[in-house]
Ligand binder design. Structure first.
Ligand code: NAD
Length: 460
């Protein structure tokens, strides 16, 4: 296996060196083929996402297929502009000159993706890597086997197999791939594996993008208008339970509210869960399933912890056979318990009460930098402080998760939530080297640029 893998990768490098992936025509044809795949395989994709994660097809379209179609269309529309060199100025000392930034592909790149958005987080980077003219190896997650095999069996029918390959497998295959030489590794997953990726990459000085996780807080101010409260609760509940049942890197991990507002919040959340998922959310087909038994038990342990279980104020029921956990709300679990120190990644929502909502700034600052900070508030001063005093991949006011759908702002983490950014043109940039090219005329030089040195030259 290892030998075959190594040989295949060597052949791909050869293909890249031959310049096969650089022409705009190749990039365009691959992007068009990817678009056809998304079109032709829409229903099998929905089926695979349902098999792996119990995602409803509407959610699968909103979070994966729809966004991918948007991204591939954007890349096709803007490809020519993205590939065009941009001019730059040189200093006066280089009189009669011109300069430009020439985008060139990085080479042979590796994309390793996770299980929670197994199509979206595999193909979103792939789109940018192809648009930038790279040869690409994709390794999807073994924990979403239906999606992984769909990609491995179907993409070769659409894409240039010499330059784009899918390698299926788990950590062992991931490790074998990391032993190879790459020109870039784009990894989405846990911080634990992110560290392994980065240390393996360091051996070849390979640049990495690490899209990791962390606990994303949502600050919920005591909004005075009932309309605003209603909208905030709807968006929080929709974002938390309605996007892969909280198994999303930018899911709301916990909510910070003022003590005096917390019982209203809990009542409104309970009512909103009923509105969105009915009396029995399990039967609603709108709550995705937990990916596997390991993660189910991990989540179960978080809420059966003797110090935490009495904090449950809603939900808490579980069905191990069907990997289902009811949307669950907790109030004030101990801050040192696992549910408040580890990324939850599931349909459990702790509410932490504070004396004043302004205390949320300190609360967030004391913890690792999250991928996103959400704040539902009309308080302009609080908004300003949230942006200037906390650090995170992004800040979103009065909504959650929507930033993922944007291709005009970069998506990525900082500190323990990752490094590097992508989406839209940022994905193209992530897989591109902007080569500085400077040109001078042979005509005219400032004489004081050259030795011999003397004080007179310094005074000029
Ligand atoms: P993971 O780190 O366990 O696995 C991610 C990928 O790495 C998989 O393809 C897996 O097979 C591979 N892998 C595992 N061990 C490896 C090893 N030793 N060597 C090489 N490859 C290895 O992560 P996961 O459980 O699939 O995903 C959950 C995590 O991903 C969460 O922490 C979540 O926050 C994060 N995440 C981040 C984003 C983002 O965009 N920032 C998106 C989704 C998920």
């Amino acid at each position: 296996m290892e030998k075959d893998l190594g040989r295949e990768i060597m052949e791909m490098r050869e293909c890249y060196r031959n310049g096969n992936t650089k022409p705009m025509s190749w990039r365009r044809s691959q992007l068009q083929a990817l678009r056809s795949f998304l079109q032709d395989y829409e229903v099998p994709i929905f089926r695979a996402l349902n098999l792996d994660l119990g995602k409803h097809y509407v959610e699968a379209f909103r979070d994966e297929v729809g966004l991918l179609k948007k991204s591939v269309n954007l890349a096709l529309n803007d490809l020519k502009r993205w590939m065009t060199s941009t001019g730059a100025k040189l200093p006066i000392i280089a009189l009669l000159s011109s300069a430009e930034l020439v985008p060139e592909p990085l080479g042979l790149v590796l994309v390793i993706s996770p299980w929670n958005f197994p199509l979206g987080l595999s193909l979103e980077p792939l789109i940018g890597a192809i648009a930038a003219g790279n040869a690409v190896v994709l390794k999807p997650s073994e924990l979403a086997p239906a999606c992984s095999s769909l990609l491995a069996n179907t993409l070769p029918k659409y894409l240039d197999n010499q330059a784009i390959k899918v390698f299926e497998g788990g950590p062992a295959v991931g490790q074998q791939l990391l032993q190879q030489k790459w020109d870039k590794i784009f990894f989405t997953g846990s911080a634990k594996v992110g560290r392994i990726v980065m240390s393996e990459a360091a051996k070849n000085l390979t640049p990495v993008t690490l899209e990791l996780g962390e606990k994303c807080p949502a600050v919920l101010d005591s909004l005075s208008w009932s309309f605003d409260k209603e909208v905030a609760i709807k968006r929080i509940i929709g974002a938390k339970y309605g996007s892969c049942a909280g198994q999303a890197c930018i899911s709301i991990d916990y909510v910070l509210v003022e003590k005096s507002f917390s019982s209203t919040v809990v009542d409104m959340m309970k009512a909103m869960i009923k509105t969105m998922y009915g009396d029995n959310p399990r039967e609603s087909h709108s709550v995705a399933r937990i990916i596997n038994k390991h993660h189910f038990l991990r989540l179960k342990n978080l809420i059966t912890d003797p110090n935490v279980k009495d904090c449950i104020v809603f939900g808490g029921s579980m069905d191990e056979d069907n990997l289902y956990i009811e949307p669950t709300i907790l109030v004030n679990p101990p801050l040192e318990s696992a549910i408040m120190t580890e990324e939850i990644f599931g349909p459990l929502l702790p509410i932490i009460t504070l004396d004043k909502i302004e205390d949320s700034i300190d609360f967030i600052k004391k913890r690792p930098k999250p991928l996103a900070v959400y704040a539902f508030t009309k308080n302009e001063d609080l908004r300003k402080r949230m942006v200037s005093e906390t650090s995170s991949g992004s800040v979103v006011f009065n909504d959650a998760i929507v930033q993922f759908a944007a291709d005009t702002i970069p998506f990525g983490g900082i500190g323990e939530s990752g490094m590097g950014k992508y989406h839209g043109k940022f994905t193209f940039d992530t897989f591109t080297h902007y080569k500085a090219v400077a040109r001078r005329s042979f005509f005219t030089d400032f004489w004081y640029r050259f030795p011999p040195w003397n004080n007179h030259k310094l005074e000029l």
